[in-house]
Write a protein that binds this ligand. Structure first.
Ligand SMILES: CC(=O)SCCNC(=O)CCNC(=O)[C@H](O)C(C)(C)COP(=O)(O)OP(=O)(O)OC[C@H]1O[C@@H](n2cnc3c(N)ncnc32)[C@H](O)[C@@H]1OP(=O)(O)O
Ligand SMILES: O=CC(=O)O
Ligand SMILES: [Mg+2]
Length: 533
């Protein structure tokens, strides 16, 4: 047999991994596995060029696409006209029900940043999506709380894992298959027709793209999939996250490649910051201050979001805002402060022309809705607001050295503390967690470990004296681990040691690995003992 499922088959997994769905995965793999490898090679080569001092720019070979004012993306599909509030989150059963009932217009069902890609999470996530669409997901929790879908639910938009990740529990001809193709393929195969019958469609968010050629690859996947099951071209819709610095130079081209399937662009701010550090970490003029100082209004971030809105609206596409990391707190003063910060963030986005934005928690839906209601009123979006006055140059997008702020002892310590806590949760199977009152996920954890690497690499001075050194970071790490061990049971020691090992490999080494998730997945989550107990 060409395809083998090596992951443990739990209750009902056969419903997701039936022979016809597996045949579809084999077909996707046969068509696209080689191109995925080429994409990853191209990424490596591009990063190597940046390491030698090259900087990205707008592509001369695609100038005609940018300068042609005539083309537009497809009009919005059913359920995607009004996207003023989108809630994101993992696809476990409880959160699936809570997100769909949250009052948000869209639910981003996340297999990427918010999910630890254990085999269990991936397959049960697919099952939960099928059950949600069939409206048979209701259940009673052990606490006695009843979870049931309401009458009106959010439109589901699935975010498959990025091209860099493999799914090692499914092998084709002895090779692990692309995780993107698994998440896309299983959802599409099982749910496309169900969604069409329910008056919506198979919709996706595309993460971590680095170029328009990656968008072309996704577009070809969509064409192939639609032909395979016999549904019209253009039934699939996809919103592309602009969350890498290289994609920011190719927004027009990405919309163009996907135009028959495009549902717009999203400003994935956290991975964007990560991408800037990752690509230019070697350069003195790209050293960023404490993470808390890298706000959405610093010049390089502002250039990126202004350009995104203008580009989308010029092409008739939705521009969707990003994630404020502040989440509700049980402590009233902290809660008020968090809501106020989210309100300011969403009001700025609505004022800038975004058509909607993301929230991480149901308690934030009303804040985001109010900010967009105030600007949109009865209109479903503001795609007609062209923002023609905006001009953004390559220098603006790369103006990282104009970011005010310092590197502080507290900022370094916070990154160490967040990275260790996040990695520990990720190893235990949870991909999004509240840490020190902020939402943390794979993208924010990447920032934490990359900043540490960058600051050590440059021997960055600390405000108040001293420098960031590997010794300083190691001593902080030891203190944090000791404090965590005190709070936990000895049974957690092995997992904490593994979390520390990932941190050392990915933040303290000579080289800066492209993603912590790839190696950490292969070493810790892909074996029989995943998640790590
Ligand atoms: C960079 C990016 O990619 S951003 C997008 C990826 N990140 C995310 O999607 C993060 C999503 N958010 C979350 O996972 C969660 O909100 C967390 C982990 C940050 C906090 O979760 P908790 O600690 O459970 O928060 P809290 O206890 O306040 O939750 C209250 C209720 O809201 C539910 N809830 C919280 N967040 C969500 C969500 N995003 N979707 C659905 N339900 C949610 C909880 O399940 C809980 O339900 P219950 O009352 O039925 O038990
Ligand atoms: O996916 C979103 C991000 O900010 O990263
Ligand atoms: Mg992201």
């Amino acid at each position: 047999m060409r395809i083998q499922v090596t992951g443990r088959m739990e209750d009902r997994f056969g419903e997701v991994l039936d022979q016809k769905a597996l045949d579809f995965l084999v077909a996707l793999d046969g068509e696209f596995a080689t191109r995925r490898v080429q994409v990853l090679d191209t990424r490596r080569a591009r990063r190597a060029r940046y390491a030698e001092g090259q900087l990205p720019g707008f592509l001369p070979e695609t100038r005609a696409i940018r300068e042609d004012p005539s083309w537009r993306v497809a009009p919005p599909a059913p359920g995607l006209l009004d996207r003023r509030v989108e809630i994101t989150g993992p696809t476990d059963r409880k959160m699936t029900v809570n997100a769909l009932n949250s009052g948000a217009k869209v639910w981003l069902a996340d297999f990427e940043d918010a999910t630890s890609p254990t085999w269990h999470n991936i397959v049960t996530g697919q099952l939960n999506l099928i059950d949600a669409i069939d409206r048979r997901i209701d259940f009673t929790a052990p606490s006695g709380k009843r979870y049931a879908l309401g009458e009106e639910t959010a439109t589901i938009v699935v975010r498959p894992r990025g091209w860099h990740l493999a799914e090692k529990h499914i092998v084709v001809d002895g090779r692990p298959i692309s995780a993107s193709l698994v998440d896309f393929g299983l959802y599409f195969y099982h749910c496309a027709q169900r969604l069409i019958d329910a008056g919506r469609g198979p919709y996706f968010y595309l993460p971590k793209l680095e170029s328009h050629l990656e968008a072309r690859l996704w577009n070809d996947v969509f064409r192939f999939a639609q032909n395979y099951v016999g549904i019209p071209r253009g039934t699939i819709r996809a919103t592309t996250l602009i969350e890498t610095i290289t994609a920011a130079f190719e927004m027009e081209e990405i919309l163009y490649e996907l135009r028959e399937h495009s549902a717009g662009l999203n400003a994935g701010r956290w991975d964007y910051i990560f991408s800037v550090i990752k690509n230019f970490g070697n350069r003195d003029d790209f050293v960023l201050p404490d993470r808390a100082a890298v706000t959405m209004t610093v010049p390089f971030m502002r250039a990126y979001t202004e350009s995104l809105v203008r580009t989308c609206h010029r092409r008739g596409a939705h521009a969707i805002g990003g994630m404020a990391a502040f989440i509700p707190s049980k402590e009233p003063a902290a809660n008020r402060a968090a809501l106020e910060k989210v309100r300011a963030d969403k009001e700025r986005e609505a004022g800038d022309g975004f058509d909607g934005s993301w929230v991480a928690h149901p308690g934030l839906v009303p804040v985001c809705r109010a900010a967009f209601d105030a600007v949109l009123g009865e209109w479903p979006n503001q795609v007609d607001r062209r923002r023609e006055e905006v001009t953004v140059t390559a220098d603006d997008l790369l103006a990282v050295d104009r970011t005010p702020g310092q590197v502080t002892y507290h900022g370094v310590r916070n990154n160490v503390a967040v990275a260790l806590r996040y990695l520990d949760a990720w190893l235990a199977g949870t991909g999004a967690v509240a840490i020190f009152d902020l939402m943390e996920d794979a993208a924010t954890a990447e920032i934490a470990r990359c900043q540490i690497w960058q600051w050590i690499h440059h021997g960055t001075p600390l405000a108040g004296g001293g420098y960031v050194t590997a010794d300083l970071v190691r001593s902080m790490m030891d203190e944090e681990l000791a404090a965590l061990r005190q709070d936990r049971s000895p049974a957690d020691d092995d997992r904490l040691a593994r979390a520390a090992g990932i941190f050392v490999d990915d933040a303290l080494g000579e080289e800066l690995p492209a993603f912590f998730t790839t190696d950490a997945y292969a070493r810790h989550l892909a074996g029989p003992a995943s998640p790590v107990s």
